[in-house]
Ligand binder design. Structure first.
Ligand code: PHE
Length: 544
């Protein structure tokens, strides 16, 4: 019944009847113009006092200043002297009680007793008499003990020189003490008003929101930590690279096949079957099952590829668009895997397409062996072979895992991510590859490349790509590249004048540089700090 009800009472004060520090501070400030809180609340920690003062200061109820001063606290030894007397006092006391105290007496053996003895001589409290000590006075004034007693009570010395001396003797320790001096603030009140934080329907209806004591918004408060999924830094950098590739007209290759055959991983790329890269020390072989069937189409890859690719073809064709499965099958039907296999064997064994071959007996069993792919070029070979169904200029890329049987150290793991690009076109030249690489690396903020001739079994010429590393002050290798060999492409059934660039680099290297990580195990593996993964911000490659 609006109108019949009075304003909703907004409780002004609260704290459940419990006395707390804020209340005590308010009371103290009410009684005294200025309150030195550390003296007023000697039992309360400075951190608690500060928290209470901050609560009051944020409401302008009090103001406070921070003061720090130096105090001394007794060490264990200093406390002992206060309790029992100084070392020299103890020596004198023992001598006095004994009348004569033999120098060999066990009570004079300790290090402290030696110090005490020396001091007692200096003070003329005792003297040597033959092989014993005798007292020279009936009573003494133990100044060391008195000074320490004063320091215990007052946390300081009367004489600053004495303080220095006592610190040096490790009888007291200096300490910095922070304290606060509080006084009334602009909105002084003896009790903490309740601050309203929620606007309710009632407050709007009865107008009490106008006079309510609103809690000011704290712009300095940090937001609550979000918990939830987070992209791995590698995936963030991968996304940057993907966007660069997409912007440059590349299509992404499906790379879900971590296990591949010797055929696609090595043979199609003319890595000879005896090549050291194929050794157990370098490559992980799968033992169960150890072999695949003969080389042939992989429907999963084909359909994924058809989903992303062949859009241009579709656009140009008069036929209604077919679904990816149909298109994948259509492409497969135009490919002759047996002939391709025979061609690969011929190039290895006897030479073909202008190549003299490696001239060794080709072992078919090696082609079927299952391996964890050692490079994503295995996928590029598969995709290039499919291009033979419809040879045309195209650009493909992939960014995914590869596996190598390497000794794990600060910069190497047994698996890493390879970024790979492939460009097929008619009449490509090596100069064009260099120009492309310069453009590509400029987009990720790496100018001024250097190229060094290199060797890959599947590219000729091949070039390692180097860039100047300002931090290390030297050229560092950042990638590998080349033009795929004609006997590789022609064996696939691609036309003679269709040429192909290939290049690859690791994803880990730019990621480690961007996130300033020097040990790869901070990025991958069981030692990774999940907090780091969760909190790392996205990076931007310095895209053009
Ligand atoms: N596969 C090469 C990269 C590469 C790809 C294509 C052509 C040339 C080189 C590597 O592992 O380093």
């Amino acid at each position: 019944m609006p109108g019949t009800r009075g304003p909703v009472p907004v409780p002004l004060y609260t704290n459940g009847g419990q006395r707390d520090l804020t209340e005590e501070i308010l009371e103290a400030v009410d009684q005294q113009a200025e309150v030195a809180t550390s003296e007023k609340f000697p039992q309360t920690s400075q951190a608690e006092i500060k928290a209470a003062l901050d609560r009051l200061a944020s409401r302008s109820m009090v103001e406070y200043d921070t003061k720090d001063r130096e105090e001394v606290a007794l060490t264990k030894e200093g406390q002992e002297i206060v309790n029992e007397g100084s070392h020299e006092f103890k020596v004198w006391d023992a001598v006095r009680q004994a009348g004569r105290l033999s120098l060999k007496d066990p009570s004079l053996a300790s290090a402290n007793a030696k110090i005490g003895q020396g001091n007692a001589f200096k003070l003329k409290w005792v003297k040597k008499d033959g092989d014993a000590l005798v007292s020279l006075t009936e009573s003494v004034q133990d100044a060391t003990r008195e000074q320490l007693r004063y320091a215990e009570e007052n946390r300081t010395f009367k004489d600053p020189k004495a303080q220095k001396d006592f610190v040096k003797r490790k009888l007291v320790m200096p300490q910095k003490v922070i304290s606060y001096v509080a006084r009334k603030g602009q909105k002084w009140a003896l009790e903490m008003p309740v601050e309203v934080t929620d606007l309710t329907a009632e407050m709007i209806a009865d107008g009490s929101w106008k006079t309510a004591n609103w809690k000011p918004y704290n712009y300095k408060a940090e937001g609550a930590q979000l918990s939830g999924g987070a992209f791995h830094p590698l995936m963030k950098v991968r996304q940057e690279f993907r966007e660069i590739f997409f912007n440059m007209g590349f299509t992404e290759m499906p790379t879900q096949r971590f296990v591949d055959t010797g055929f696609w991983n090595f043979d199609t790329l003319f890595v000879p079957q005896q090549h050291p890269a194929r050794d157990l020390q370098d490559t992980f072989y799968v033992s169960d099952p150890a072999e695949a069937g003969p080389p042939g189409p992989d429907p999963a890859t084909d359909i994924a590829l058809a989903q992303m690719d062949d859009q241009d073809e579709q656009d140009e064709s008069d036929l209604p668009p077919a679904d990816a499965t149909t298109r994948a099958k259509d492409i497969t039907s135009k490919l002759d895997y047996q002939r391709y296999f025979d061609n690969v064997r011929s190039v290895h064994q006897d030479g073909a397409f202008g190549s003299i071959g490696y001239r060794y007996p080709y072992n078919e069993a090696e082609t079927r062996r299952l391996v964890l792919r050692t490079h994503t070029t295995a996928v590029s070979a598969y995709v290039l072979h499919r291009l033979a169904a419809n040879p045309r200029p195209c650009r493909y890329f992939s960014i995914d895992r590869v596996f190598r049987n390497e000794t794990v150290d600060a910069t190497h793991l047994a698996e890493f991510h390879q970024i790979e690009g492939v460009i097929a076109d008619f009449g490509l030249t090596l100069g064009g590859l260099q120009a492309f690489l310069k453009r590509f690396f400029r987009k990720i903020g790496v100018p001024d490349l250097k190229f060094k001739p290199a060797y890959n079994p599947y590219t000729e010429p091949s070039m390692e790509v180097y860039a100047w590393h300002a931090g290390l002050n030297k050229l560092v290798e950042i990638g590998n590249s080349g033009m795929f060999r004609p006997e590789m492409l022609q064996a696939m059934g691609l036309p003679e004048d269709l040429r192909c660039y290939g290049f690859g680099l690791s994803l880990e290297r730019p990621t480690m540089i961007k996130y300033k990580i020097s040990n790869i195990r901070e990025l991958l593996g069981h030692k990774v700090d999940l907090g780091f993964i969760e909190r790392t911000p996205a990076v931007r490659l310095d895209r053009e």
